[in-house]
Design a protein around this ligand. Structure first.
Ligand code: SAM
Ligand code: SF4
Length: 341
């Protein structure tokens, strides 16, 4: 295990159709799809209850777990959520994490809406890398997908991150059939024009409405073959077997695209990730059906050695792989916003 994703809140100011689909437009979208798929009975949505503050880890508790995990071999740490910039003074957590020796890569994933206000503080706290989510460059479609009229703010955030020298700036888009698949080329063009690393991600069954359907997934292969018709793409090799993205650069040298295809081409065998939820649970897989609560240890006087032993035991039970597409697949109890993407 080399990579730890730390969720600092389960709250969010967006309602993305693939994560927290709670808007009327999201309901309409899925209703049409279910009619089309002749599947009138979507599964029961996950009830969203924000965790009370007392159950959320403090910055000191998070830093302690990360320090112990780094002692065991974790090198990459990503701060995420929910929307991490909603957590008050998140820059002070970034500063505490940046002070831990042994982290080679400290990054943060955000929907970007509040980034402008926090950018300088985050950079000064020691943040080196940032990933934005941006699923559409069309104002109306952006609003339909995220539930928020925030395209201008996110674009301004991306430009500001570049100006501040956070490098590389990465941008993620979840592509969904008949929602934003017509924007794939425009988004790739954006990557080239803005000189950013763009990642197209397959839609995974982690939405709170449990409305995911295989038919809505646009496969990584399909995305690449569409882009290859339009752009001259050169494959970018990698020596890291745990890298989740297959990558290409544009032959003219600016920007990069990648696809992350966990549904159609699972990479579980090489997974080196762990997740810490905002309420102190370790998840060994995005699709874990079981979580390991560290709070009783943290708040019950356990030593760092106790924590380290527990983490080692937890890791031994890491799942062999997700079971998407298998008859016995069960969607986790919590949506992506609570797990930490
Ligand atoms: N709120 C921040 C954001 O949106 O960037 C950080 C948390 S979000 C859960 C992290 C990433 O998970 C985002 O890039 C988002 O696109 C991705 N994500 C959320 N739900 C997903 C799903 N059902 N399938 C694939 N990716 C998903
Ligand atoms: Fe919020 Fe990120 Fe989920 Fe969108 S993907 S609802 S921004 S947590």
């Amino acid at each position: 295990m080399r990579d730890l994703r730390v969720s600092v809140t389960d709250r969010c100011n967006f309602r993305c159709l693939y994560c927290l689909p709670e808007t009327e437009e999201a309901a309409d979208f899925y209703r049409t799809k279910f009619d089309l798929l002749k599947n009138p009975k979507p599964a029961t949505p996950i009830a969203r209850i924000w965790k009370p503050k007392a159950q959320i880890l403090s910055f000191e508790e998070i830093t302690r777990i990360v320090r112990v995990a780094v002692g065991l071999g974790i090198e990459k740490v990503r701060v995420t959520g929910g929307e991490p910039l909603l957590r008050k003074n998140v820059e002070s957590l970034v500063a505490q994490l940046a002070a831990i020796g042994g982290i080679t890569d400290l990054a943060l994933t955000t929907n970007g809406f509040h980034f402008a206000a926090k950018a300088l503080a985050l950079r000064d706290a020691g943040l080196r890398r940032i990933t934005f989510s941006l699923d559409s460059l069309d104002r109306e479609n952006f609003k339909k997908i995220t539930g928020r009229d925030g395209l201008a703010e996110v674009l301004a955030g991306i430009r500001q991150a570049k100006e501040l020298g956070l490098h590389p700036v990465k941008v993620n888009a979840v592509i969904i059939r008949n929602l934003n698949d017509h924007e794939i080329e425009t988004l790739a063009e954006f990557a080239r024009a803005e000189n950013v690393s763009f990642r197209f991600i397959e839609f995974m069954p982690l939405d709170s409405s449990r409305a995911w359907q295989r038919e809505l997934v646009v496969s990584g292969r399909e995305i690449v073959s569409q882009l290859q018709k339009r752009f001259d793409l050169v494959p970018v090799g990698s020596t890291n077997p745990s890298e989740t993205a297959r990558r290409w650069r544009f032959a003219d040298g600016r920007g990069e695209i990648g696809v992350i295809a966990p549904v159609s081409e699972p990479f579980c065998g090489h997974c080196n990730r762990l997740r810490l939820t905002s309420d102190g649970k370790i998840r060994t897989c995005l699709f874990s059906l079981h979580e390991h609560d560290l709070k009783p240890l943290l708040r019950g006087g356990a030593t760092d050695d106790d924590l380290a032993d527990t983490l080692c035991q937890i890791v031994l039970g890491k799942e062999i792989g997700h079971r998407i597409g298998q008859p016995d697949f069960v969607q986790p109890e919590r949506s992506m916003s609570c797990i930490g993407g």
